[in-house]
Design a protein around this ligand. Sequence first.
Ligand code: PRP
Length: 195
Amino acid sequence: MPLSLELLSKVGIEPAEDISKSRKLVFNTNREDLKLMVLRGMDVATYVEHGIADLGISGRDVLLEHGGDGYYEPLDLGLAKCQIAVAGLENEGKLPPRIKVATKFVNIAKRYYAEKAIQVDIIKLYGAMELAPVTGLAHRIVDIVETGNTLKANGLITLEVIEEISTRLIVNKLSFKTRYASVQPLIDALEEATT
Ligand code: PRP
């Protein structure tokens, strides 16, 4: 069962039908006041920011990349812990003054290098990031590192950790005010279930 459904189950929220066996994207639950939406990770913040969903469960990596401010982030759910890091070839040799960095986290990478006042060329990729330094497409990557096994298997190492990542609860700012009576108890219950 996906981690977020497991967590919801812990606080007594169950979808009315098996989400994994359905192509539906909105599900009733055992609570009349609560529906679940199944979204791509990258879209959760957008739905919450626009108030279509009152609450969302999303990785901090995605939230940092999204960079929105229409929601609060009241709770670290502590799931799916990993890091966003800069990685490069273990024996990368001398680099040119302006390096190429491959990533799907374009905004995070841009912010990171801008803060260091280092000019780089960012190359957007959608997956298998580790291939970029191996093939010479880029000098370095900015990517998720969990166990480090993928880096190791491709002759790469972590050079710098940019952020510690875990799953967060986010709440639409307006919903937090207007639906406080139902939102806050849910936040409390999730907090209790994750500490
Ligand atoms: C992520 C990430 C790395 C890998 C790191 O990819 O992009 O490739 O996990 O995990 P590890 O440190 O435990 O080896 P994911 O499997 O999520 O697929 P993606 O390429 O679609 O992001």
